[in-house]
Structure formats: C-alpha cells, structure tokens
Ligand binder design. Structure first.
Ligand code: GTP
Ligand code: MG
Length: 195
C-alpha cells in the first residue's frame, strides 16, 4: 500500500466530533504502551504522526488519521494502566463504548497485543467486547523483535490460545523495528475496506 497522504483530522472525545464524511475506518485497541500509535506510524511511514511515548497513557483521545483521502485509522487510548484513577477509567469506558457501539463506518479493529507476554485479562475482555459488537478483529502481536527467533512460534500459539481467537480471525506477528508483518497487516486491512 503506497501512502501518499496522511493527516490528523480530529482528536475527538465524543460522537459529535467524529468526522462525518462516511469514509471507512479501522480502529486500534490494546493495552497502554503496547504500541498502537507506533503501529500506525510504521504502516504509513511516518516517524511520529501518531504521537508515541515510552510512558503509558500517551494517547488520550480518539485520533482520526485520514489516509490517502480514502479511509481513517482511529488511534485510541490504551487500557490496563494501573496508575489511572477510577474516574479516568470510567471516562475511558464511556468514550470507547460510545465509539465501538455506534460507529457505522467502523469496518475492522486491530487488537494489538504484546507477543512477549501472555495476553492479559483486559486483552481477553477487549477481544470479547469487540466480538460482542460483531466487529471483525485483526490481532497484531507486536514487539516481535524482543522475542528470540526460536520462540516466535511458541509465543504466537500462546497468544491465539489465551485469546481463544476464532479461526476466521488472523493473528499477525509484527515489529516496528524490523518491519515484519507490515505487508500482511496491509492485506488484512484491505480485505475489510475498499482501498
Ligand atoms: P498509549 O498511547 O499510551 O496507549 O500507548 P501505545 O499503545 O500507543 O504505545 P506507543 O506506540 O506509544 O509505544 C509505546 C512504546 O513501545 C514506545 O517506546 C515504542 O517505541 C515501543 N514500541 C512499539 N512497538 C514496538 C516494537 O514493535 N518493538 C519495540 N522494540 N518497541 C516498540
Ligand atoms: Mg498511543
């Protein structure tokens, strides 16, 4: 996929701010600091269009990135960061629910997990939540560069098993460092949107 144009259109906190040009959307989901924003940057060849950080909690709003005037990547705040107040967590929940429940133009969700670790309870819950809304899920098991080659298959299997991934959902090992999984990710995304 050749990306010739990528721009942030809006950082939204509620439905009335979402773009209304009816372009298809692919959203991200995953734990804080897992690499959601980095994934977007890697796919669109931008260093830091989607702002990243070594500290969890960088992305706080729903960020709509318009790609090639054809579709949106929607970057979202992560879950599972312990140092978040109850109030903040509730705000996050309402914002995410409103988005996933109501967004008709949402075609698929990229659930980003850390291939080094067994998926967390929150990951399992998010997978089930997305299934509940009948959303197609593409699992991206990222930070592959941090796992020794000999253990790739074992870690991938554990990701699939713990999430109880449906056979129809793809799981793609990925790394922003090596670029592995990039082409496969684009193919999976393109199978859900007409670009
Ligand atoms: P929040 O916005 O806080 O929810 O985090 P996020 O999921 O958007 O994570 P972000 O993209 O900001 O990345 C978090 C950290 O992980 C950064 O320091 C990235 O450089 C690093 N990172 C992301 N992907 C990879 C990867 O594939 N390999 C390695 N080694 N580091 C990665
Ligand atoms: Mg982020």
């Amino acid at each position: 996929m050749k990306v010739t144009n990528a721009e942030i259109v809006i950082s939204a906190v509620s439905q009335k701010q979402y773009p209304n040009d009816q372009l298809p959307e692919v959203a991200l989901a995953g734990r804080s600091n897992v690499g959601k924003s980095s994934f977007i940057n890697k796919l669109i060849h931008r260093k830091n269009l989607a702002r990243t950080s070594s500290k969890p909690g960088k992305t706080q709003t729903l960020n709509f990135y318009k790609i090639n005037e054809a579709f949106y990547f929607v970057d979202v705040p992560g879950y599972g960061y312990a140092k978040v107040s109850k109030k903040e967590r509730k705000k996050w929940g309402s914002m995410m629910e409103e988005y996933f429940e109501t967004r008709d133009t949402l075609k698929a969700v990229l659930l980003i997990t850390d291939i080094r670790h067994e998926p967390t309870k929150d990951d399992i819950q998010m997978y089930a939540f997305l299934k509940h809304f009948d959303l197609p899920i593409i699992v991206i098991a990222t930070k592959l560069d941090k796992v020794p080659k000999g253990k790739h298959a074992k870690h991938l299997k554990r990701t699939k098993q713990t999430l109880q991934v449906d056979p129809e959902d793809v799981v793609i090992p990925f790394s922003t460092e090596t670029g592995q999984g990039k082409d496969e990710s684009w193919s999976a995304i393109r199978s859900y949107i007409n670009i």
